[in-house]
Design a protein around this ligand. Structure first.
Ligand code: HEC
Length: 252
């Protein structure tokens, strides 16, 4: 029995090495691929022809009627129809243009502070949406710097709930979004001016949500808060704070 087993295992070893080769050995023949290698896949390379399209070009021109986001093309047929007028005409729907506070976050040589547009519920909702799309992957849903990328090793993501960021001028945050900061890349070409301010308004709301005193609550709502431990009309769970806690637990 033992003898047979030895012979069979030596045989299997020899066959395996014969087929797969020694580790690190250079192959002269094409390797066996049990699953196709990723370098072989259905794709077209840049500047290469493709039989798939009737004009034989692999690179596709933009679809007819395409307008670059945030740009105004005079006389363009889309201008007066599908695209809301506000998005085309308003400087707020665009990317940085002027050198004023609205477009740079600077008042003279200093970072300015204050939102240069009315802070409405709508603006905050817009800010929440844009923050969730653009920022939460790193900064986390509540801004604690514990987004999904932190679990994959991105270090030093700013936690908005530090005093440093509570005190940071709105204009400086605007500038960080526009131009990036150290390891954080720039969002100036992805997030419009209006949306940058909307995000800042939302960040301020996030900061308030984690750091408020009873004096910050309107007087007529304090009683409700103290009695029930939650303000009127508030969701039954303080959701953001809770989820943030669990997120932190998973990270560390
Ligand atoms: C890919 C990850 C990532 C994304 C996405 C990201 N950030 Fe950051 N952010 C960072 C990191 C990392 C830092 C810390 C940089 C440092 O201090 O060196 C940072 C720092 C900051 C700071 C502090 C900068 C300073 O001056 O200290 C602000 C404000 C900020 N981010 C806002 C945002 C906003 C708003 C968005 C969305 C538009 C965003 N970030 C998207 C990674 C990211």
């Amino acid at each position: 029995m033992i003898k047979n087993f030895l012979i069979i295992s030596i045989f299997v070893t020899v066959i395996t090495i014969a087929l797969l080769g020694f580790q690190g050995q250079r192959r002269q023949v094409t390797a066996i691929e049990f699953f196709g290698d990723m370098k072989r896949q259905a794709k077209v390379k840049y500047q290469k022809p493709s039989g798939f399209f009737s004009d034989g070009r692999a690179a596709r021109p933009p679809v007819d009627g395409t307008i670059p986001l945030g740009y105004d093309i005079p006389g363009h047929p889309m201008q007066n129809s599908e695209v809301p007028k506000d998005d085309i005409d308003s400087p707020l729907g665009e990317f940085s243009a002027g050198t004023d506070y609205l477009n740079t976050g600077k008042m003279g040589e200093q970072w300015g502070t204050g939102l240069p547009l009315p802070v409405t519920a709508e603006l905050l909702q817009r800010g929440q949406k844009e923050f969730t799309i653009n920022c939460s992957v790193c900064h986390g849903a509540t801004g604690q710097g514990n987004g999904i990328t932190s679990k994959y090793g991105l270090l030093g993501i700013a936690n908005y709930h530090q005093d440093k960021y509570r005190q940071m001028a709105d204009g400086q945050i605007f500038n960080t979004i526009t131009h990036g900061f150290n390891t954080m890349m720039a969002y100036g070409d992805k997030v419009t001016v209006k949306d940058r301010w909307a995000i800042i308004a939302y960040i301020r709301a996030l900061q308030k949500s984690q750091n408020s005193r009873i004096e910050d609550v309107p007087e007529d709502q304090r009683a409700a808060l103290e009695h029930e431990g939650k303000p009127e009309n508030a969701p039954s769970q303080p959701a953001p704070a809770q989820s943030a806690k669990t997120e932190t637990k998973q990270t560390r």
